[in-house]
Design a protein around this ligand. Structure first.
Ligand SMILES: O=C(O)CCC(=O)C(=O)O
Length: 296
């Protein structure tokens, strides 16, 4: 008997220009904590995004390493504001920002954007966590936040695709604890929730997008395969949920939305100003510095 694994294969909505957040779409998001839009970026758009990221010197200069504590690492580059390159056009587009606005029920702004790079064989794992686990501590009073996770490369079980506990956002915010070298949701609670909320592997083709609620439990495995797994993520906050603390992620900054056509029109360009990369506490430490700090 084969192992029974639940995946998102064959599920989700095919994105077309006529896509709308109907009552059914909204109900699904509220019930499951996510929706999938297949072909959210068409072949040309995702190819331009991929080439732009590969050529972007600022990513090279600003990425940091996120050690999974089990011998592997993922590289991440995180920035605050959308600018006029394809990453910004996607984040500002009606199909991304406009969809999130309808899902969350009001105006949104970009809370940050990032590229998560899981390289072949070395890409690191992420433990079970909720994004709101951290964002709560950064002064966001309400969980009126969501992320659009866009597959740049195919993401599947072999290269560490995202895993979710379906419907787990309905449990609300869980305690955060140290899990190995990472911070994650209380493993005891996660285990109990996993009995009720089916573990689901989010397998996506390049250009497919997962829109998910900030309290949805998610994780991902190491990449043991020869296939790269890069993803582009845009995180949104409701304008009405302006963080009450100043933190490394932006306070309310009006998002200038653009028509979807701007994604194609902008082509490959890599502006260096305005994004404001965040290097943050998770930046790769220089081992020599750590030795000095321990001695201090
Ligand atoms: O892309 C992944 O595998 C996980 C990324 C993630 O959960 C995060 O950056 O918070």
């Amino acid at each position: 008997m084969g192992e029974s694994v639940r995946t998102t294969d064959g599920t989700g909505y095919q994105y077309t220009d006529n896509f709308d957040v109907t009552d059914e779409v909204k109900e699904q998001f509220d019930r499951d904590g996510f929706i999938i839009l297949r072909n959210f970026l068409d072949t040309e758009e995702v190819a331009t995004l991929r080439t732009t990221l590969e050529q972007d010197k600022t990513l090279e200069d600003n990425y940091y390493t996120r050690d999974d504590g089990e011998g592997n690492q993922s590289e991440m580059a995180t920035w605050k504001h959308p600018v006029d390159d394809i990453t910004g056009m996607i984040g500002r587009s009606d199909k991304a920002a406009g969809t999130v606005e309808k899902i969350l029920g009001g105006e949104v702004y970009q809370y940050h954007a990032k590229v998560v790079m899981k390289e072949p064989f070395t890409g690191g794992a992420f433990v079970w966590h909720q994004d709101y686990g951290d964002w709560y501590h950064y002064g966001n009073l309400f969980p009126d936040m969501a992320t659009v996770w866009i597959a740049v490369d195919r993401a599947d079980r072999t290269n560490g695709c995202l895993q979710i506990l379906l419907g787990s956002h309905q449990a609300g915010r869980l305690e955060q604890v140290k899990v190995g070298e990472q911070t994650g949701a209380d493993p005891e609670r996660v285990e109990l929730l996993a009995k009720l909320c089916p573990l689901t592997y989010v397998q996506l083709d390049p250009g497919d997008a997962l829109f998910f609620h900030c309290n949805l439990l998610h994780r991902s495995d190491q990449n043991h395969s020869q296939n790269r797994r890069w993803a582009y993520l845009v995180c949104y906050n409701r304008a009405s949920n302006d963080p009450v603390y100043k933190h490394h992620h932006p306070n309310y900054t009006p998002l200038i939305k653009v028509q979807n056509s701007r994604i194609k029109e902008c082509g490959i360009k890599t502006p260096t100003e305005g994004k404001l990369f965040f290097h943050g506490p998770k930046r790769e430490r220089d081992p020599a510095m750590e030795v000095l700090e321990r001695k201090a």
